[in-house]
Design a binder for this molecule. Structure first.
Ligand SMILES: [Mg+2]
Length: 244
């Protein structure tokens, strides 16, 4: 199959984590790990773009042996360990204030929310089964009406409406002097759609949401992380052709 468009080779590869290099049980694909290392060895930086918080993303970044900055919390937090501080594009403190107020207004809201809130820096996440309609109505009539209320499979997010992987990556690419026309991305879920729109070439892994497969340039015939060995082979073959 043709993984890449003719006469084009990515200079940067951006990958989602959950459901893209992991399977439905959140187990990481060792095939994907080995393939991703080959990209970095060939001088193609790999960017992790994820809804995960920074400590989790950093651990994976370190163990994979990556070099590029990370895009965490769906674009809310950009960071490289060599930077003095993360670039925060929203405020977890503001969203948390809203959650504490919500708990006083809506029965069934636990303001502490999900476990990873203890590391969240740009947003706040309530439990996915908290009463969404009541929460949305209460926020809309409050002083936090600028916040979006978004339910995913894992949480109800209280977040700044501009935050997305696409907007975060735009800032990250600008800061690195990279062109979005030279980037390939790989993802599986609706939070990947803004990065599919921003970057030149988008690959949906096998097992992706239908809406994501429809938006991709290429749909992998292989599930999740098994996408990476043949995709990376195609990229490295293109790199070798370019050198000839
Ligand atoms: Mg995903």
């Amino acid at each position: 199959m043709e993984w890449l468009p003719p006469n084009w080779c990515p200079r940067v590869v951006v990958i989602d984590i959950d459901g893209t290099i992991t399977d439905g049980n959140k187990h990481i694909s060792t095939d994907a790990v080995n393939a991703i290392r080959k990209l970095e060895d060939a001088g193609i930086p790999v960017v992790l773009a994820t809804g995960n918080v920074r400590p989790i993303t950093y651990g994976l970044w370190r163990f994979l042996g990556l070099s590029a900055p990370m895009c965490c919390e769906n674009g809310g937090v950009l960071w490289h360990p060599s930077w003095k501080a993360p670039l925060l594009r929203g405020s977890a403190d503001v969203a948390k204030e809203a959650a504490v107020w919500l708990a006083s207004q809506v029965e069934g809201v636990d303001p502490k929310g999900i476990a990873t809130n203890q590391w969240r820096e740009s947003e706040w996440c309530l439990f996915p089964n908290d009463p969404l309609d009541e929460i949305s109505d209460a926020i809309a009539g409050s002083k936090w009406s600028h916040l979006s209320v978004v339910r995913t499979g894992f949480a109800i997010h209280l977040m700044e409406p501009h935050l997305s992987k696409g907007e975060g990556l735009r800032v990250l690419f600008d800061s690195m002097g990279w062109s979005v026309d030279e980037a390939l991305c790989v993802g599986d879920a609706p939070n990947d759609l803004p990065m599919f729109e921003l970057l030149h070439w988008a690959v949906a892994v096998g097992g992706a949401f239908d809406v994501v497969s429809q938006a991709a340039n290429v749909v992998s015939p292989h599930p999740h992380g098994a996408t990476f060995p043949p995709l990376v082979d195609a990229i490295l073959a293109r790199v070798a052709e370019d050198k000839r």
